[in-house]
Write a protein that binds this ligand. Structure first.
Ligand code: JFZ
Length: 464
């Protein structure tokens, strides 16, 4: 619920922006695409740095902060005035990190099959997890933890050879230097006090440089850019400064106009996103941070449904966990990650490094392709009632069909193939019940060359 409410607020803002944009477009006569497509799409020369990201498929998002203490929504609970800022900050005394075991977190993340992790170094509430020299609110000086919890986690992730992403909120609703405080209270407007805004930017950029120098992250996951236009954030400058000496660092699309990949909002894309690189961020229940009252957890089947949907459309899933204030992780969250991990391990060939699949017209379900496009992976969610799956309009010869992670060779037969024309016929592949996986059974079709999809309309049969 909370996620949806937040998104609603943000969408309202977005609509405001869009109508402004529309007004401007009509006035100036320019044709501009939607807000998302105006985001900087990678230059051709930059593709090399995106390779690990494109191959990774799964990342684990971590929302850890004060909000885990009372189990309320991250930052938004005070912003939306469900409780006072003062009461929100009382959570500082409950943020103990007493059972925080960074190596166990990193192991769990590795075991989930993820290749990277993104951690909230600072959410909109301004609470920093590291020992920052800037600002007024961090885990070392202000919380019961009295220690830097970001550094040991990043060390543990690196030890496990996981790529490191840092989530950073551009807004800091607790800072006196920042414009917004709560939904009904603004401290000032930038035009009224540009100097104060400049002080905020100095503070924010100071923290960004600390993070860059301390951790050399592989990826920056910005958030909250909707509160000000890119010129106010000086987004171009931020990108330049973060990439200086670290040109291969990836930046998400939440630094308006400066992103390397798109972060679709609200839900699993129904249609394949246009962007070459994208990542869907998703909660396990309906909350980003830990909320003991939110038990609307997705089942393992549903988590894997979403994951398969993302990879078949050529994207990544950034799946979120919300650790508790003492640093322990809820058993349900652990279980979901491990279940996903063991399914991925069995089917790793059909997952990592693959390309988006083929249109649904050819197969009733999601698919991926090997990098050389010579193996087509079919993801079978259910149990076929006649023990057969159907593939249509593939011009290649299928040299072999087998079950991924099991090795069983499958028999196939073809119907409606006319030897005198190119129409490839319809292939039926036997999938014995013994080979059915708990979540998705994956069938590999080894082709005689890169896949060729047949899309011509068949005319009259010319010969009989
Ligand atoms: C933001 C935050 O406001 C929220 O609290 C949470 O941290 C979430 C991950 O990020 O809201 C967003 C931002 C971006 C997307 C979705 C929710 N997105 O790109 O899909």
């Amino acid at each position: 619920m909370i996620v949806f409410r937040i998104l609603e607020t943000k969408n309202k803002m977005k609509h405001k922006f869009s109508s402004l944009l529309l007004g401007f477009m009509c006035f100036s006569g320019t044709i501009v695409k939607s807000q998302d497509t105006t985001a900087k799409i990678l230059k051709d020369t930059d593709h090399e740095k995106m390779v690990w990201f494109k191959q990774a498929k799964l990342g684990i998002f971590i929302h850890w902060g004060l909000y885990a203490v009372d189990g309320i929504s991250e930052s938004w609970s005070f912003y939306n005035e469900y409780l006072s800022h003062e009461d929100y900050l009382k959570q500082l005394s409950g943020f103990t990190a007493a059972n925080f075991k960074p190596k166990e977190w990193a192991k769990l993340i590795k075991d989930s099959g993820a290749k990277y992790s993104v951690i909230t170094s600072k959410h909109h509430d301004g609470f920093a997890l590291w020992n920052t020299n800037y600002g007024h609110l961090n885990a070392v000086s202000h919380a019961a933890a009295k220690k830097d919890v970001l550094s040991p986690l990043i060390d543990a992730l690196k030890e496990k050879e996981l790529k490191v992403g840092i989530y950073f909120s551009l807004p800091d609703w607790s800072s006196d230097l920042y414009t917004h405080f709560t939904t009904s209270k603004r401290r000032y407007a930038i035009e009224q006090d540009p100097q104060r805004w400049q002080q905020y930017l100095n503070y924010m950029n100071g923290q960004l440089l600390e993070l860059k120098n301390n951790y050399t992250p592989d990826l920056w996951w910005f958030d909250g850019d909707w509160e000000h236009p890119p010129e106010a954030w000086e987004s171009t400058k931020i990108r330049t400064s973060l990439l200086k000496g670290a040109p291969n660092t990836i930046i998400n699309s939440r630094l308006t106009g400066q992103g390397d990949y798109q972060t679709p909002e609200i839900g699993v894309p129904v249609y394949r996103p246009e962007a070459k690189y994208w990542e869907l961020c998703m909660t396990l229940n309906d909350s980003w941070g830990y909320q003991q009252t939110d038990n609307n957890y997705k089942t393992s089947q549903q988590v894997i449904d979403i994951f398969v949907d993302c990879i078949s459309k050529g994207g990544n899933l950034l799946l979120d966990i919300g650790p508790k204030a003492d640093g322990s992780i809820d058993p349900i969250q652990k279980e979901r990650l491990l279940e996903l991990g063991s399914w991925i391990r069995k089917h790793h060939k059909a997952v990592y490094g693959t390309e988006k699949g083929i249109p649904y017209e050819h197969f009733y379900g999601p698919t991926t392709l090997s990098k050389d496009k010579q193996t087509l992976f079919l993801f079978v969610r259910d149990i076929p009632k006649d023990g057969k799956i159907v593939v249509k309009g593939i011009s290649n010869t299928i040299h072999r069909a087998y079950v991924v992670g099991n090795g069983s060779i499958l028999s196939q037969n073809k119907i409606a193939k006319l030897y005198w024309n190119k129409y490839p016929g319809i292939s039926y592949i036997d999938l014995p019940i013994e080979t059915i996986d708990t979540y998705y059974t994956v069938v590999a079709l080894v082709l005689d060359g890169p896949i060729e999809l047949y899309s011509e309309l068949n005319g009259a049969v010319e010969q009989n």
